[in-house]
Design a protein around this ligand. Structure first.
Ligand code: S3P
Length: 174
């Protein structure tokens, strides 16, 4: 089984993915890290030099390749991955793939993202809490229609990673 972790930037996809993989004894791949290794450069640099459309095309290409064969894998996606091309449809139509949406509130995301905007090309231009709140609010509104198609949704606000991983494990065996 391939478990894909879905959610907005800073929703905990990579951290929780790593912990879940240890617990389940699955392999772990973070799609952004995978793209960076394959392309030999950072995601920020790909956005800067080739643009977002190019990034989205290779993101879909690598996602497709990674989910092709059934194996025990936790795959943390990028925040935009389910929202482009036919990516979400592809995940839902692949029987060995399970999708989990890690849902976090706008204030939680703002608090986590405000000190690391420079690492994230889509929000690098935002300086204040107010700007981040407005941007994330609109962005999440557009993206929720994709995230919400996930087979499982977990509310993550005010929960530590051990609690969330336990909840995922419980949901998986139901
Ligand atoms: C993006 C999220 C990033 C990365 C890229 C675009 C997005 O991944 O894929 O900067 O569109 O939300 P994380 O969610 O891991 O930060």
């Amino acid at each position: 089984m391939i478990i894909t972790l879905i959610g907005y930037m800073a929703s905990g996809k990579s951290t929780l993915g790593r912990e879940l993989a240890v617990k389940l004894n699955y392999d772990f791949i973070d799609l952004d890290d995978y793209i960076e290794a394959k392309e030999n450069t950072s995601v920020s640099n790909i956005f800067k030099t080739r643009g977002e459309i190019y990034f989205r095309s290779i993101e879909t290409k690598y996602l497709k390749a990674l989910i092709e064969n059934d194996h025990n894998l936790i795959l943390s996606l990028g925040g935009g991955t389910p929202c482009y091309g036919n990516n979400m449809e592809m995940l839902l139509n692949t029987p060995h793939v399970k999708s989990i949406y890690l849902k976090a509130s706008i204030p939680t995301l703002v608090a986590r993202l405000k000190n690391e905007t420079c690492k994230r090309p889509l929000i690098a231009h935002l300086a204040t809490d107010e700007q981040l709140t407005e941007f994330i609010g609109k962005h999440l509104f557009e993206r929720t229609q994709f995230y919400a198609q996930s087979q499982l949704t977990l509310l993550t606000d005010n929960k530590d990673s051990v609690t969330i991983v336990d909840e995922i494990m419980r949901q998986l065996i139901q």
